[in-house]
Ligand binder design. Structure first.
Ligand code: AMP
Ligand code: MG
Length: 410
């Protein structure tokens, strides 16, 4: 199996994933970050009733058609209607009701004159400027009519969606279950962060980085810890991970070294291996396999152990898969913008190269700066604060400072 391009890998990975079919009910209180599995509709119109968009006076448009400062019209105030009160009076010729923003329009009135265009005189109001017909009235059902779809399946629920659902009194609804993502690290050299280091040992940062990555995308991380480079241990962990998770992320052990066993174990356990390496830097050795278990498919990502490569692989290849699996509709692919590079960007020309750093918007345009310090993929420290990856395409070895570059948003 040949090395494939990043975009071929992305297309292939997305073709292997199907949105989860399992759903559950949630309430407004715990819906944030979830994805609607069924379209929601409401039995209420919105606005619920005709109401005023201003503090002012509810009037009959007919009464005021030709008034202005030279020829003001005086109306008798028959009622005051604060928000939350049902009006009692029917407005007839020559009458008005004092009304406040959000309050229900009284019968007979069709228009609101804003307070600023009036002068109060005891129980009368002088109108100094003719309103437009139906001005400042929010009509019942103008924004939404009951029974229509309010929010569609595949929409991610955030603060604005919660506001909409609450307004429409949709307090329970069906969302997709969150993808379960098993995560483990492989390597004889690894120890967990709390332990003192013996010579040659390395802290397992990937376990923690990947957990955060998965949780940020709405998945449920299932951390399975560190597994030694021993085929029996790896086999047991992988089998367990496949049984429990929709996606498995393992880091390390996918290169061609003596201790890199992942691929042969995946094959032994009946995995269908789709990708072995991708022409990207960092992150070339990437193993992607699927396992059929009953009516479920489990997608396995064998990710390189190098912490920079691991995160770049997650951003570039795992992210779209996780988004699609989660039931999110629309664009699963990473977003790219064109930016002006502030630095010279270098690449080997053979693989699509991802250089980490930060973009910002300067005078309306994107600008990209490389992360400071050493830029070898062994340097994990300067990955902090990364918000973008500049992409140098295959065949190019340099992009000069001041030139345009594609930047993947992360
Ligand atoms: P590997 O892909 O297993 O050959 O690992 C490549 C490099 O990444 C080696 O220097 C490892 O020590 C390092 N590494 C592997 N796994 C982890 C991990 N979980 N956390 C931090 N570094 C790791
Ligand atoms: Mg290793």
């Amino acid at each position: 199996m040949d090395m494939i391009s990043a975009s071929e890998a992305e297309t292939l990975i997305l073709s292997l994933v199907h949105s989860l079919q399992t759903t559950e009910e949630v309430t407004l209180d715990n819906a944030s970050g979830r994805i609607l599995a069924r379209s929601v509709s409401s039995t209420l119109d919105f606005p619920y009733w005709d109401n005023s968009a201003m503090d002012g006076y509810a009037v009959r448009y007919k009464d005021l058609q030709k008034c202005d400062r030279e020829n003001p019209k005086t109306l008798r105030i028959v009622e005051e209607i604060p928000a939350g009160i049902q009006p009692q009076k029917n407005i007839v010729q020559g009458e008005a009701a004092r009304i406040f923003t959000g309050a229900v329009m009284p019968q007979g009135a069709d228009t609101v004159v804003m307070q600023e265009n009036t002068r109060r005189k005891g129980d009368r109001v002088v109108i100094l400027q003719a309103p437009r017909d139906r001005e400042f009235v929010r009509r019942k059902g103008a924004f939404y009519q009951s029974g229509n779809p309010l929010l569609g399946a595949g929409i991610a629920i955030g603060a604005p969606e919660i506001a909409v659902l609450a307004t429409a009194q949709c307090t329970r609804f069906t969302v997709y279950q969150q993808p379960r993502v098993a995560i483990f690290s492989t390597g004889n050299e690894l120890v967990s962060p709390g332990n003192s280091l013996k010579p040659g040992q390395i802290v397992d940062s990937n376990q923690y980085a990947l957990r955060a990555f998965v949780a940020d995308l709405g998945g449920i991380p299932l951390p399975l810890g560190i597994v030694r480079d021993r085929p029996e241990d790896l086999e047991r962990t992988i089998e367990n991970a496949i049984a429990r998770a929709d996606i498995v992320l393992s880091t390390g052990g996918v290169s061609v070294g003596e201790y890199d066993y992942i691929e042969e174990i995946l094959a032994k356990l009946g995995g269908n291996i789709h990708i072995r390496s991708v022409a990207v830097k960092p992150g070339k050795p990437l193993t992607v396999a699927t396992f059929e278990r009953g009516d479920r498919t489990c997608l396995y990502f064998g990710i390189p152990g190098n912490p920079v490569s691991a995160l770049v692989s997650c951003w570039r290849f795992v992210q779209p898969a996780l988004k699609k699996l989660s039931g999110l509709s629309g664009d699963w692919q990473p977003q790219f913008v064109t930016a002006r590079s502030r630095h010279d960007l270098k690449a080997n020309g053979k693989r699509e190269t991802y250089l980490w750093g930060r973009w910002e918007i300067v005078s309306g345009g994107y600008e990209f700066s490389l992360a400071g310090g050493d830029r070898s993929s062994g340097n994990l420290i300067n990955l902090a604060q990364t918000n973008g990856l500049a992409v140098v395409p295959v065949g190019e070895t340099a992009i000069a400072a001041g030139e345009k570059v594609n930047v993947m948003l992360v």
